[in-house]
Ligand binder design. Structure first.
Ligand code: ADP
Ligand code: MG
Length: 259
């Protein structure tokens, strides 16, 4: 049983305060959605949790099973069991997926025996062409192939907690369903805990959350059950607009449907 615990997290990027006190906890097997309009700080939260350089934590704590994550570099957070699926997966010329998976397992002190078969069967399961396993990571892949690839990595590495930043962005409906249902299966099969960042309800239809948090201007302004997603679908984020200078609430609503 693992717990990712975030307590009163404040953070800035390029001297601009973005996260204004985030508190939430994700346990094994749970799916927590973080929903919010563009610019709310969702990707910033993902970056800060994973230790991406350039983000400054001002105060607060992030622990995984009691271990302080904020003092560790990104690769050690990954070794500890935290995994980020980025909104826009990077292309890595010259390095193949099978090679990356082999190295990642070695770094985690895990066996690479039978890795080829695991990769083949996971590729088949997620609908990822097995030829792509041996090609440069994400290079020239479609949006859907990139996200299938990222989901495949999750299934092979079996982290304790995954942060999925807009898994649904750049995906067609079939790829979305395949990726979401693979993540959902992992929560049952390996006890994966998932922090699912999205601004669309459609991802949550395929990956039903236990808890939904609404993030607006770097603050969680509401937390509730799955019914909160339906409410947001109807009324947008306008009702949660934080009372301070900033973009007019109508633009927050426009952002919801922008891409
Ligand atoms: P979301 O993922 O919810 O759309 P982000 O976390 O990407 O929001 O961005 C939150 C805010 O932080 C936005 O106003 C964005 O312009 C700003 N921001 C993000 N990254 C940087 C950066 N590197 N430098 C300056 N501002 C940034
Ligand atoms: Mg984002």
């Amino acid at each position: 049983m693992s717990v990712l615990q975030i307590v009163d997290l404040h953070a800035s990027v390029s001297g601009k305060k973005i996260l204004n006190g985030i508190t939430l906890a994700v346990s094994s097997g749970e799916v927590h959605a973080v929903m919010g309009p563009n610019g709310a700080g969702k990707s910033t939260l993902a970056a800060v949790l994973m230790g991406r350089p350039g983000y400054e934590v001002i105060s607060g704590s992030v622990t995984l099973d009691g271990v302080d994550m904020l003092s560790l570099p990104a690769w050690q957070r990954a070794q500890a069991g935290l995994h980020l699926v980025m909104q826009y997966p990077s292309e890595v010329p010259g390095v193949s997926l099978d090679h990356v998976m082999e190295q990642a397992l070695i770094e985690r002190g895990r066996s690479t025996e039978g890795l080829d078969q695991v990769l083949e069967s996971e590729a088949a399961r997620i609908g990822f062409s097995s030829e792509l396993l041996h090609r440069a990571l994400n290079v020239d892949l479609s949006g859907g192939e990139k996200k299938r690839n990222e989901t495949l990595q999750l299934a092979v590495l079996r982290p304790s907690i995954a942060i999925l930043d807009e898994l649904d962005s750049g995906l067609d409906i079939d790829a979305l369903r395949d990726c979401a249902s693979r993540v959902e299966a992992l929560t049952n099969e390996t006890g994966l805990g998932a922090l699912v960042i999205t601004h669309y309800n459609r991802l949550l239809e395929a990956l039903p959350p236990d808890v939904i948090h609404v993030l607006v201007k770097g603050r969680i302004v509401a937390t509730g059950g799955p019914e909160l997603a339906d409410e947001l679908e109807r009324s947008g984020y306008e009702a949660y607009a934080v009372d301070e200078p900033g973009p007019a609430s109508s633009s927050a609503l426009d952002d919801l449907f922008a891409h």
